[in-house]
Design a protein around this ligand. Structure first.
Ligand code: SF4
Length: 372
């Protein structure tokens, strides 16, 4: 039985939780949310904002901003203060310092507003799942000078030695400004995985969608990441070339991926997102979306031509689905291992192609979504 005095002390610790906060950006890859990564915002928004299919909409088209090392360190310090408080509350409630569901229930039963406190939720879930992974936000963290990023990583690992994996988004163009040695240093400090938007390996299409990167730059950047010992996820956008570029999109994307051989190839089927130039093109009839079967055939052509040892993942609801959102492919973050499961993917596609197109969810049904 906890005495009234002790309860008062616990309540005051819970109240203290609300006094700490840190900045959280709007997005992170689904594979990072799945592992309840701690989100640390090292920059704000996207420094490019010009890809015609995205246009920086996930960040409301807001201007890119670097954050100072001190500002980011202050955020990390606040995370540490919250983590220490949670541990302390857990001890006092008799849970041995563990962050578990009972602790969460006890805290929320005292202060229900914490249910809507993003910082509390993020730290709680992160610690509850072991506190092992961190995702650095926003769109292009590697733009930070290596020395500064190294300082942030070192500080993070120092305060939380249990962290096993730090990951981030990075633009290929930005990666080319780092040497393999610099990337290797960041790798040693815990930055183990990078998520890069390849979208397509076709130069004509890269130019058309204003990606700001060429296919050969993508290859060089990807190889550098792998050489530095990091894990690499390359994002591919089936359907990005519409009907006109479908074939060359598939073949050249396979060609580029074969040269990089990333650890992960993550599919994100193209959907015209509201307030983007490609959405305008779609609305005005200048961009012809692929039908469900055409999209599957494009993916088939890409997979057929892959000669990699990557894992191919369809870990997002926008990938080919039947009506009602029933996915055609396995939606796991670990996807299908190539080459072992190549035939399985091809067979899955061939089976899906036997289903009448009217049974599929068409991309048109998702068009105009604010962002994905
Ligand atoms: S796709 Fe990435 S690089 Fe391009 S505008 Fe969007 S966030 Fe920026």
């Amino acid at each position: 039985m906890v005495s009234a005095e002790k309860l008062r002390e616990i309540f005051s610790l819970i109240e203290k939780l609300e006094t700490y906060s840190f900045e959280i950006g709007p997005i992170r890859p689904p594979s990072e949310g799945g592992s309840y990564s701690l989100l640390i915002r090292v920059t704000r928004n996207c420094p490019w904002r010009l890809c015609k299919f995205c246009y920086g909409t996930p960040y409301n088209r807001e201007k890119f901003q670097l954050r100072s090392v001190e500002e980011v360190k202050k955020d990390i310090k606040n995370v540490k203060a919250m983590a220490d408080l949670l541990k302390e509350i857990s001890f006092r409630l008799g849970y041995g310092g563990e962050v578990n569901l009972k602790l969460g229930e006890a805290i929320l039963s005292y202060d229900v507003t914490l249910r809507h406190n993003q910082c509390f939720i993020n730290v709680f879930n992160w610690l509850y799942s072991g506190g092992k992974t961190v995702f650095l936000q926003d769109a292009d963290s590697l733009i930070i000078p290596t020395k500064n990023l190294a300082e942030i990583l070192g500080y993070l690992k120092n305060l939380f030695p249990q962290i096993e994996r730090i990951t981030s988004y990075a633009r290929a163009k930005t990666l080319l400004r780092k040497t393999v040695e610099e990337l290797g240093e960041l790798r040693r400090l815990g930055l183990l995985r990078l998520h890069v938007g390849l979208e397509t390996g076709d130069d004509e299409l890269l130019k058309l969608v204003n990606k700001g990167v060429t296919a050969s730059e993508h290859v060089e950047a990807g190889r550098r990441v792998i050489k530095a010992g990091m894990e690499l996820s390359e994002y591919v956008m089936p359907g990005l070339g519409g009907k006109t570029f479908s074939r060359q999109h598939a073949l050249n994307t396979a060609r580029v991926l074969n040269k990089i051989n990333p650890h992960y190839i993550r599919m994100r089927t193209f959907v015209p997102v509201l307030n983007t130039p490609l959405y305008e093109d779609y609305v005005r009839g200048r961009f012809k979306l692929l039908s469900p079967h055409e999209c599957l055939r494009e993916i088939r052509l890409l997979i057929e031509n892959l000669d990699v040892t990557s894992r191919v993942c369809f870990d997002h609801f926008i990938n080919p689905s039947l009506k009602g959102g029933i996915p055609i492919f396995r939606q796991s973050y670990e996807g299908y291992k190539l080459p072992e499961e190549k035939q399985l993917i091809l067979k899955t596609i061939d089976e899906a192609l036997k289903i009448d197109e009217s049974k599929f969810r068409w991309t048109e049904e998702l068009a105009g979504t604010p962002h994905l």
